[in-house]
Design a protein around this ligand. Structure first.
Ligand code: ZN
Length: 368
C-alpha cells in the first residue's frame, strides 16, 4: 500500500537514486509512524491514509497511561466478585452441592423402578398416619359415659361389582349360564338386592350408611366404624356340590383386633340365620381386595361371600330379606361390642338379639 507513494518521491528528485538511501528513508518514515505522535509523518501528503489506523490504535493505549488507578480498581473488584477456585470453603460447598443434587436425582430415578405393589399396602398406609391421627382413632373407639347416638355411627356397605369396573365397563361379577349358554343370573343383581336391604335396616336403626359401588371413589381413605363388601360366589359347575359362605378380612391387617371382631361377628350371626356351612376357602381377591388398599387403616373392613350361585342359588335369590337381617345382626354385634375387643368396659348397648363371638386372642373382657 504505502510503497507506491514512497517510491514515486525519489523518482521525482532524481538526485539520489541509491537503493540503500531509499531503504533508510523508508525505515525512518516507518519509525516516525510507529511513534505516538503523527505530526512527523504529516508533511508527506501520502501518509494520511496509513496514519488513520495508527491514530485509532493509539487511542486505547492512551487510557491506561492517563487513568491507571481507575482501571486497576475496577479489575480488582471484578476479581473479588469471581469465586476463588482454589478456596477451601468454596470447594467444600461445591462438593456438598453436587452430592446433594446427584443423590436427589438418583433417588428420583430409582422411584420409577419401585413397583408400588411390592410395598405392603398396610405399611404404606401406616407410614402415612401421624401420631395424632392414631390417638384420635383410638379415642374415637373408646366408649363415652353418655351413649353414642347411633346417627354418629357410620357404616359403609359395598354392593359388590356395582358401578363401573376398572376398565370402565359394567362388571356383572359371577354369571350363571343356562344349557344354551345364555346368562340368566348375575352376581351384581343379587349383591345389590341384599345390600339395599341391609342399608335400609341400618338406616331404620338410625345409623349413617354409605351405599358404595365396587370402585367407589369414596373408598379412598374411607373412614367409618365398619365397612362390609357384599358378594356372592362363583356359578361354575365344579362337578360336585360347592356350597357355603366365606367372611374374609385383609391379609395385611393384624389377626387380632377390630377387623377380626367384625369378621367373626358377621360369620357367627350369618351362620345362625342362614342354613349354610362356613367355608374358609379365601381367595386372593378377598384377602387382598382392592378396597383394603384404599380405605383408612383404622376402618375395619371385611368381605362376605354370601354363598355359591349354583349350589346355594335358591337361598341367594329367594331369601334376600333373611340374608339382609343376618348381615345386619352381624354389624350390630360389631358396633356394640367393638370397645370390648380393646379391653374397654361394656357400653351396655344391646339394640337387637345378635350373637357375640368369643375370641381366643386377645382375651376380651366381656361384661356379661
Ligand atoms: Zn364378587
Amino acid at each position: 500500500m504505502s510503497d507506491e507513494p514512497v517510491t514515486q518521491q525519489p523518482n521525482n528528485n532524481e538526485d539520489e537514486p541509491s537503493a540503500s538511501a531509499i531503504f533508510v528513508e523508508l525505515m525512518r518514515q516507518a519509525a516516525a509512524k510507529a511513534t505516538p505522535k503523527s505530526s512527523d509523518a504529516e508533511p508527506d501528503g501520502s501518509t494520511t491514509a496509513p496514519s488513520l489506523p495508527a491514530a485509532a490504535e493509539a487511542e486505547p493505549s492512551l487510557a491506561p497511561v492517563e487513568a491507571p488507578h481507575q482501571i486497576r480498581r475496577v479489575r480488582r473488584r471484578l476479581a473479588l466478585r469471581r469465586p476463588h477456585p482454589s478456596s477451601m470453603a468454596g470447594g467444600f460447598l461445591g462438593t456438598i452441592f453436587v452430592v446433594v443434587v446427584s443423590t436427589a436425582l438418583v433417588a428420583t430415578l430409582l422411584m420409577f423402578f419401585v413397583n408400588p405393589e411390592f410395598l405392603n399396602p398396610a405399611v404404606v398406609k401406616g407410614l402415612q398416619l401421624d401420631r395424632d391421627e392414631i390417638i384420635a382413632g383410638i379415642e374415637a373407639q373408646r366408649p363415652t359415659p353418655v351413649q353414642t347416638p347411633q346417627w354418629l355411627r357410620r357404616i359403609g356397605i359395598i354392593s359388590g361389582h356395582r358401578g363401573l369396573g376398572t376398565n370402565l365397563n359394567r362388571d356383572p361379577g359371577a354369571v350363571c349360564y343356562d344349557a344354551y349358554k345364555q346368562p340368566y343370573l348375575e352376581e351384581e343383581t343379587i349383591n345389590f338386592a341384599v345390600s339395599r336391604r341391609v342399608v335400609a335396616n341400618l338406616e331404620a336403626l338410625n345409623f349413617t350408611v354409605d351405599m358404595l359401588d365396587e370402585f367407589d371413589p369414596r373408598l379412598d381413605d374411607y373412614r367409618a366404624d365398619a365397612l362390609l363388601s357384599i358378594h356372592a360366589n362363583s356359578c361354575i359347575d365344579f362337578g360336585e356340590i360347592v356350597s357355603g359362605y366365606i367372611v374374609s378380612k385383609s391379609d395385611a391387617r393384624p389377626d387380632v383386633g377390630a377387623d377380626v371382631l367384625l369378621r367373626e361377628c358377621i360369620a357367627l350371626n350369618y351362620g345362625a340365620h342362614i342354613p349354610l356351612e362356613r367355608s374358609f376357602n379365601e381367595t386372593e381377591d378377598m384377602i387382598n381386595n382392592h378396597a383394603w388398599r384404599k380405605i383408612h387403616p383404622l376402618t375395619p373392613g371385611v368381605i362376605l361371600e354370601m354363598g355359591f350361585m349354583l349350589a346355594d342359588q335358591e337361598i341367594l335369590t329367594t331369601q334376600q330379606d333373611l340374608l339382609a337381617h343376618a348381615i345386619t345382626m352381624g354389624i350390630l354385634c360389631y358396633i356394640e361390642n367393638a370397645g370390648l375387643s380393646f379391653g374397654l368396659p361394656p357400653t351396655g348397648e344391646r339394640s337387637a338379639d345378635y350373637l357375640v363371638p368369643i375370641l381366643a386372642t386377645p382375651t376380651p373382657i366381656f361384661g356379661r
